[in-house]
Every structure is written in C-alpha cells, then in structure tokens.
Write a protein that binds this ligand. Sequence first.
Ligand code: PEP
Ligand code: MG
Length: 599
Amino acid sequence: MKTKAKKKNAAATAAVSGAPAELSYSGLGVSAGIAIGPAHVMERGLIDVPDYCVSDVDAELKRFDVAVELSIKQVEKLRIKASTLSEAAAEELTYLLDAHRQMLAGSRLVRGVEERIRKEKLNAEAAVQAELSQIAHAFAAMEDAYLAGKIQDVREVSARLVRNLTKAGYQAFSGLAAGAIIIAEEITPADTALMDPAIVGGFASALGGAEGHTTIMARSLGLPAVLGVPSLIHAVKPGDIIALDGVRGTVVVNPSEATIARFERRREALVRRQRQLDRLRGVSAATRDDVRITLQCNLELPSELALAQQVGAEGVGLLRSEFLYMNRDTLPSEDEQYVAFKDIVEGMEGEPVTIRTLDVGSDKLAYSLGEHISPSVNPALGLRAIRLSLKVRPLLDTQLAAMLRASAHGKLRILLPMINSSSEIKRVHEAMDKVVKRLARKRIAMSDPLPELGIMIETPGAALAADSLAKNCDYFSIGTNDLTMYTLAADRGDEQVAHLYDPLHPAVLRLIRSATQAADSAGIPVNLCGEMAGNPRFTALLLGLGLRDLSMSAPNLPRIKQRILGLEMADAEKRTAQIMEQSDSGVIATLLDDFNALE
Ligand code: PEP
Ligand code: MG
C-alpha cells in the first residue's frame, strides 16, 4: 500500500507539472553508444496461436505441464532479480511476480486449461487462449475497477505460457518508429538478429549478462544496449521517450530537456571519436617497435560484411554459422548454406574467411533444432556445438559440404567449436574425407589444397591439452568468452554472476598463455576471437601473451588498431610478465589499467 501511495504522489506531481516524471535506471552497459527514441515494449503476445485437436491427451497435458514449470522458473528468476532493487521498486515488482507465481501454481487459469485439454481435446496453446477469453469476460463484468484491472496479470501469465509452448521467436520488429528503443524482459540472440540497426535505436532488458550472445550480436550490429534492468519493463509505456547510454549502462525514461541535451552531447563526442578512428582505415596495425598484428572481424550476420570491409578487416576470423538456423522451423539446406558462405568469401575479396560449424545449445538455441536438443539441467555443459554436430551427422555433413563447395571461391578455413579431445577432431576429419570424396565424384569444385581445419580453444580441458590437440588440427582460435565461463564456472549470460565473470582471473590468463605457447611449439597459427580481442583494455596483455592475430566485431576494430599503434611491444611484454606472476585478479587489473593509463 505504501508503494501505491508513493506512485500516486509521483503521478500527481507529474500531472501538475504537465510532464511525465523522469525515471533513471542502471544496469550492465554491454554495447556502446547513445540512443534516444520512443519505447517499443516487447510483449510476446497471444497472436497466431495454432488451434487443433489432439489425439494424445496425456502427452498434451505433459507438454502444458512442462510450459508451466518453465514459466515458474522464469518468474522465480525475475523475482530474485527484483529483490536486488531499491525497497519501493522491489516491493512493487515482487508483489506482481508473486501474483504471477501463484497463478501458475494451479489457479483457475491453469486448471481451466487442463480441463479444456482433457474434455475438448484442444491443443494447449488454444486452450490457454480460450480460457483467457472466458476469464477476461468475467473480469470485464466486475464493478471493482481494481479487481477488473487484474486481468492484465492473467494476460501476462497467459502470454508467457503460450510463448513457452510455441517457443516462438519474436517476429514483430516491423512497423517500428524510427530510432525505437526496444524494452523487454529478455532479448534472445535470435530476436537481436531481427533488428535492423537502420530502424532500431537500441535495447534494454531485465535479463542477460555481459558476454552472452545477445550482447555480442548487439556489439556487432552497433546497437547500444543495457541489460539487467529488472523493473524497467513495468515502468515503461509504449511510446515513452527513452534515453539509453550503452557505455555507462543508464536508461532514462521520459528524460527532461536537460537530460536529453546531456545525452546528445555524449553522443556527439562518441561520433567525433569514431570519425577520427575512421581515418585509420588504410593504416596497417603495427606496434611502435614494428610488430605487425593481424586484425580480423567476427561476423554474426552476413549484413555485417560491409562494415568489416569498411573498417579494413584483414579477413573474417570467425563467421558464426548460427544465423542460418535462427528464426525458422526448418533446417537450412546445403545449397542455401553454400550460397551464404560463397557470398561472404567472395565479398572478402581474397582475404581469408574462417567459418565455424554450428555452435548452438546453451543460450544459442535455434528453434529448428528443437527436436535434436532436449531440455538439459546444464545446457552449457550439454549437447551443444560439435557434440551435436557429431551426434546428428547430417548437420555436420551438410555444413562441411557447403563449406567445401564455397572454398572454391576464395580463402576459406573451417573451425570447430567446443572441441575437447583429439578423437572429436579425428571424427570430423573422417566425416570431411567422406564428403570430399562425394563431392569429387560429382566433379564439384573445391579449393586445392583443401581448407584448413582448426579448433576453438574454449574449455579449460582443451587449453590444458592444447599440445596434443595441436598435433591433430591446422590452427587454434582461442574463445575467451566460453573459456572464462567454464574456467570460473560463471555463466556469461547471467547478470547475477556478471561480477564473477572475470577474464583477468589468473587462471584464465594462464590458460590463454599455455594454449598460445602450445600452438607456437607445434608450429601452427593461433588467433583469439573472444570479446577480449575487441576491448582495448586487454590489447597490451594479449600481445604480451604472444598473440599476433585478433578477431573482433567490426565496430571495435578501429579502436584496437589505434591502441596497437600507440604500444611498444617490449613494454607490453614486460608488463605482461609482471602480471603473470600475480595471483589476484584485482592486482592484475590495477597493473593493467596503470599501464594503459601511461601509454
Ligand atoms: C568464445 O567462446 O569466445 C567464442 C568466440 O565463441 P562464442 O562467443 O560464439 O561462444
Ligand atoms: Mg564459444
């Protein structure tokens, strides 16, 4: 009640002054940039629900039960998040989520849906919709306006259930106002793939960690983003003006004129800085003492190719092939993949393109693969990446064939995600031999020699066994995003443990060093394509650890080049040697930041 009174006062003040009250929130600033625009509140609704008769009622009840369980987990996760807010906001949000939680534990809605599945043999989605309509009817007839308003909670819970039943991706980013800022509970990598940076200004959500794939996708698209802002979605109405700062992690709802002016000044400063960096396009990346560093781009989507060319990337160090599987119900054919790969290889005009086989699972779940991936208690440790490709062999064979065919059009390398053992590499070699023979029989052109086959070093196991893995592959690519997560057991996509996810932890640095040294000893190339490569804070340290080849999202490349141009390799190596003697990541951070400030 106390909270309601406060809210009323704020509304009253705003009404008197004629302008809505400015509200400021802070979260994780994960993708740089400033955006000011109208809010688009992303509600995954009850639209286009399939409606059919089920023959196996028990199976349908089970399916509904799984959706209810998943919904409960989601609400509980949000509730934990809410408890970290300020007192008033926590009270309000917790109250709301408790109501949702109760509704999921056997309310009229849940019981009614089960009844309809049992008696009418309706599919679960249609049963939810039918039950919601009936409840809404009953609520509309209520005289108490407060109780009648509670239908909104029933709608939200129903929408969550339908979303979890259909596993539907969000498809409605069309028709947005220019510069719209998307506000959501959670934004998946697949949602981000649907955002057109020419229209969308940026986004903010309640869930999501610092190095999840949504974050990476936002950086690649140059979309400012702030994650981990739990109460935002409940505070914003569609069309409210939002000012978002993806560097500082600030989101302001209904900003005053003074706040807008402040954000605009910051935006202009960032644009000026970017223009200066653009001048470095034709300059090669070399340290002051002339050590040449290769800078390549990571691509999430083919649409980023133009930017990679614009910033002068010396190739694509990592093409994540997941984009081919997102936002669809069917698997991409060999021909479709071949055309997509060929276009990118040709677009890079002779520069190498490293294409990674499918890396779904964990936070990168493609709906088209749903039947192959069952829910797992620990999805990050489950059937994902190369494990899935080796289990469902047509997935691997189709991709290898598409890559081999595209290799005839330029320089292409094949990369395998989440490798832990030599036997996994050998099995891919065997699969590749068979595909090569099949294509050769059909006289289909492939590169000669055949593409190199490399592996991601992104688990502690792979880093520790790097010397033996190096004997079975052509190159290493160090993936610090997963390597940090698995080494420290801190989920890269969970804002609750974002403070524990620390790439400067000595264990992570030692693993990067040992993988780099193992590659050097075996005489194979090594590059680093995790997000560390695109953050100038880490550049001196990575060079000091022996890396000479870095791959990052295109918008970050000019800043990294500028950092390299200002560095003396001998100094970077000396500081890295000091850092590697430390056992505390706080001390390491200070040593690194002091060095960066001096240079
Ligand atoms: C990594 O893990 O560092 C990496 C580059 O792969 P992804 O981010 O796609 O998991
Ligand atoms: Mg990875």
